[in-house]
Design a protein around this ligand. Structure first.
Ligand SMILES: *[C@@H]1O[C@H](CO)[C@@H](O)[C@H](O)[C@H]1NC(C)=O
Ligand SMILES: *[C@@H]1O[C@H](CO)[C@@H](O)[C@H](O)[C@H]1NC(C)=O
Ligand SMILES: *[C@@H]1O[C@H](CO)[C@@H](O)[C@H](O)[C@H]1NC(C)=O
Ligand SMILES: *[C@@H]1O[C@H](CO)[C@@H](O)[C@H](O)[C@H]1NC(C)=O
Ligand SMILES: *[C@@H]1O[C@H](CO)[C@@H](O)[C@H](O)[C@H]1NC(C)=O
Ligand SMILES: *[C@@H]1O[C@H](CO)[C@@H](O)[C@H](O)[C@H]1NC(C)=O
Length: 265
């Protein structure tokens, strides 16, 4: 397995770009839901569909409903798919290349299950161990894990494995899944001795798997999927600044002053 940790930082103040991004191949799933969940405010708008058609036949799962969803939470978190045994989603891919994978987790408790006690592993393509011994506290805040995966196969396989040692009622779960083709210029794939950190080459990154750890809009506001062409969330940098805030300045420019390349997100 090669799983690198990546830090994505958007320099300078962010402004809404008007160019829409339409991936050639995409899946947006509302897990455990029996109806579509449209997200009309996303840029561009998306429709999350039920997940049951993407589970392999040997998967063992139940679906749960959150009857106490607060009004400020996305409808994506009103349901979850919980797995009682090793279970697998399969997504057909139309070409080889990098895929964006986002997994949404939101703990809640229904009559018979508490998702906060779930402890599990998630792997992709049977070779990338994305999450190990993972659990999600019941905090009313979604946890969204994002990966960039190089896929040269005709399908993307995502496997959830409950930790059978934790308790008799061991579960794995997920609330929503996004899989879509990454823009070709999203990851630098230039070769050569770019050495960050020293002694480790970061050339040919595109062939590997990366995990987004932080996504920070330096000097700018929070940016949500309503404002980002790839449905990303960027948080302000304030809480990560070590120095006294008084010794830094925020600068910004008009969006029209920035000339993006035609295929630049
Ligand atoms: C929703 O409101 C609750 C209670 O005020 C807060 O703890 C939580 O962070 C909010 N969730 C979101 C997604 O803003
Ligand atoms: C909880 O378990 C009881 C007893 O097995 C069952 O009758 C009930 O339908 C379950 N509730 C839910 C929401 O699954
Ligand atoms: C989960 O992943 C860890 C670390 O890779 C591994 O030691 C453990 O056996 C895995 N658990 C299951 C149930 O596969
Ligand atoms: C890193 O790149 C340099 C220059 O291309 C190469 O000589 C070296 O063998 C590479 N190191 C590793 C660990 O791949
Ligand atoms: C990345 O670069 C290497 C070396 O040039 C090449 O073999 C590989 O196909 C490239 N990967 C992508 C995704 O473009
Ligand atoms: C994000 O989009 C919303 C809805 O279109 C808009 O009200 C808001 O001002 C935008 N925020 C930023 C930082 O662009």
């Amino acid at each position: 397995m090669e799983l690198l940790l990546g830090i994505t930082i958007l320099y300078s103040s962010f402004h809404l770009s008007s160019s829409a991004f339409t991936p050639t191949n995409s899946y947006f799933l509302a897990c455990g839901s029996t109806s579509n969940i449209p997200l009309a405010t996303d840029n561009t708008p998306r429709n999350f569909t039920p997940d049951s058609g993407y589970l392999t036949s040997n998967s063992k799962s139940i679906y749960l409903s959150n009857h106490h969803l607060s009004s400020n939470s996305s409808d994506l978190y009103a349901t979850a798919r919980a797995f009682t045994e090793r279970s697998t989603y399969r997504f057909e891919l139309d070409s080889q290349g990098t895929r964006v994978l986002r997994l949404h987790f939101f703990s809640f408790t229904d009559q018979n299950h508490s998702l906060a006690t779930a402890r599990f592993n998630v792997s992709a393509l049977d070779r990338f161990h994305l999450l190990s011994g993972f659990s999600v506290p019941n905090t009313q805040t979604p946890v969204i894990k994002e990966y960039l995966l190089w896929a040269d196969t005709s399908e993307l396989v995502i496997t959830f494995i409950p930790d059978s040692y934790s308790s008799a009622s061991s579960l794995a779960f997920v609330n929503a899944i996004e899989v879509f083709t990454a823009p070709t210029n999203l990851i630098d794939n230039t070769t050569g001795p770019k050495q960050v950190p020293p002694s480790q080459n970061v050339s040919q990154l595109a062939d590997l798997a990366l995990e987004t750890v932080y996504r920070i809009n330096v000097g700018g506001p929070k940016v949500t999927p309503a404002n980002d062409t790839h449905w990303r969330t960027w948080v302000p940098d304030d809480e990560y600044l070590f120095s006294e805030k008084e010794i830094s300045l925020k600068e910004s420019t008009k969006p029209e002053n920035i000339k993006y390349a035609a295929d630049e997100p």
